[in-house]
Design a protein around this ligand. Sequence first.
Ligand SMILES: Cc1cc2nc3c(=O)[nH]c(=O)nc-3n(C[C@H](O)[C@H](O)[C@H](O)COP(=O)(O)OP(=O)(O)OC[C@H]3O[C@@H](n4cnc5c(N)ncnc54)[C@H](O)[C@@H]3O)c2cc1C
Length: 461
Amino acid sequence: MKTYDLIVIGTGPGGYHAAIRGAQLGLKVLAVEAAEVGGVCLNVGCIPTKALLHAAETLHHLKAAEGFGLKAKPELDFKKLGTWRDGVVRKLTGGVAGLLKGNKVELLRGFARFKGPKEIEVNGETYGAKSLIVATGSEPMPLKGFPFGEDVWDSTRALKVEEGIPKRLLVIGGGAVGLELGQIYRRLGSEVTLIEYMPEILPAGDRETAALLRKALEKEGIRVRTGTKALGYEKKGDGLHVLLEPAQGGKQEEIVVDKVLVAVGRKPRTEGLGLEKAGVKVDERGFIQVNARMETSAPGVYAIGDVARPPLLAHKAMKEGLVAAENAAGKNALFDCQVPSVVYTGPEWAGVGLTEEEAGKAGYKVKVGRFPLSASGRALTLGSAEGLIKVVGDAETDLLLGVFMVGPQAGELIAEATLALEMGATVTDLALTVHPHPTLSESLMEAAEALHKQAIHILNR
Ligand SMILES: Cc1cc2nc3c(=O)[nH]c(=O)nc-3n(C[C@H](O)[C@H](O)[C@H](O)COP(=O)(O)OP(=O)(O)OC[C@H]3O[C@@H](n4cnc5c(N)ncnc54)[C@H](O)[C@@H]3O)c2cc1C
């Protein structure tokens, strides 16, 4: 049996971070991958969706640029777009494979199964290690009444725009994946209807900024139906007849579309892994149970990323990978950080920390500062003054508790808010920081000023 200090199962964002950090700390590391290096994020998640969003946004901006006199008749070659998207993916996955090799991580292609607490089997061979990190990720959650197939797509199928743009698309699910892919198809020419079961899109985030994003999407012609569920469909000559019903029950209705995209969430991938042989416990939703050191119920076995717990985000998986590898190397690392989340639509949505509601429930005396991008000089010069930055603070201590925003580059701006939370910044600290002018980032400073009723570019009421 070949033995290692550390075996990592899966080379998605979580797995490759763990493998590289383990090697940096002097461990002899084996990484096992059943499919493509880079996992979901690089191959069929973050990266290809962002590439398509960028192409769709460029097309959209060209149309908006008519307002300042730029006339063009853009034509998008979907085949070329697909080739470019694949090129971006290949470059990045090749980069990860190179980093693994450069760090002397051994890469083994095959499907890993536990044989015992410290042993796995891959392609009929046994491999053992002192520590193991499970980073097997997640897969699309199926929806009752909509089995995946030619007419019902998962996110991976939806990425293949070169295979044709449906005239009418129904997106089920108002989370990041549904919103991003829905907007891509709208901007590439589909009529898009998006339904969400909960009363507002992005149900886990701040309601006010989520509602602003919904309105921006509706302005582009995406029909957003909240508080609605899809029951099933029937294929007829003129398309798919989908049955909808209010979330609480009531009058049913039918809509006719050409394709359905199901984006209702993801489920942890543990099937066939033999976790029971290692003594690794999962919870009722199928996530592997872990503590703040990323340890499972089996000593020496860690779990990270989508297979361990929500939120299902790449940067969360990456950080958890570092924590698990450091602990496998004998350090004492904890996952105790702020995790921002971003929706890469145009405008973008981003948030970190506590929402107004959560802060209130946690016992804070909540104060909120708002700054609309319609008052931002930079936003106007970019031709996109839609949006809002919202700062949540504690009235008693002035401590910053959360930041939520919708607008261009929100995903970039949220990093500053995340640093502020990590540093224990007060709202005053944010307001005292000189931000370059004119930039979108100034609006964060002004939202902090607005919380104290001292913003300059809006009237403080
Ligand atoms: C369309 C879409 C867009 C997304 N966009 C974003 C985004 O913009 N930002 C963001 O933060 N997150 C995004 N995500 C989520 C992000 O992709 C995941 O959170 C992230 O990939 C999780 O990383 P992971 O390492 O836990 O697992 P994964 O990336 O799922 O990787 C797991 C790997 O393990 C391998 N594997 C599984 N079982 C075995 C086995 N038994 N043996 C060997 N190998 C195995 C798999 O083949 C896979 O390569 C998106 C997801 C989707 C679907």
